[in-house]
Ligand binder design. Sequence first.
Ligand code: ZN
Length: 238
Amino acid sequence: MGWTQRAGTREDPYELGPVEVVGHRRPSGGGSSARPMPSRMSAIPRVPGLVDERGEPVDSVHTEEKTEVQQKKEEEPCPGDPVPHPEIAPQTASSVRGGMFGFTRKKKDGAPKWHNGVDFKNPYGAPDYAMYDGVATLHTEVAGAGYYVTAASEIGGRQVEILYFHMQKERRVSGVVKAGDIIGYQGDSGNLKEAIRKGKTVSHVHIKVRVAGETVDPLPYLATEIDPETGGVTQPCE
Ligand SMILES: [Zn+2]
């Protein structure tokens, strides 16, 4: 109970129809820096009204905050992981299995429901990282799946497409990316905002992987090994 499916008949919001490509933000790579976007998180909100005993504004507070934010920003994932220390985002109705790839969820009538990717916990506003070297493309919003980026890579001699869903509209990257580059920032686009509001899940990036057009389980593409049944980390990357 508690699982009300507003989206009704939409079987798989991530199964994309024809999409309109928005275009490239960085068509020529734009310089030598591999890091595509300066983090908005470096803009430290000022704390109003903080003064010392002489009534002077206190700046040390800001310095401390900055250090904390800086550390967060520098915590990067292993190449191959979309977020640092990947963890499966559970679904309230189907627990950690519901964040996995496959028939891991249940419809209202109890029938198995397909989930075509893996959900990795990632707080709103945190970066999502390119898992492999490749070429990223922005796409317009898709109902359910939200704003997303696709990244085309060659992995083991095969053409692999990795899709990152529920991103922020204005904070996505396109063009050439290296593994570990920020590919965009975590949003709650598509059905995620509503799902979080209803307590169905937590903030996450939905990762979908396609090999030669076929959707496959993303877990084997991660650097961190995750047990597909339990969601436990069996082999953290170093
Ligand atoms: Zn998902």
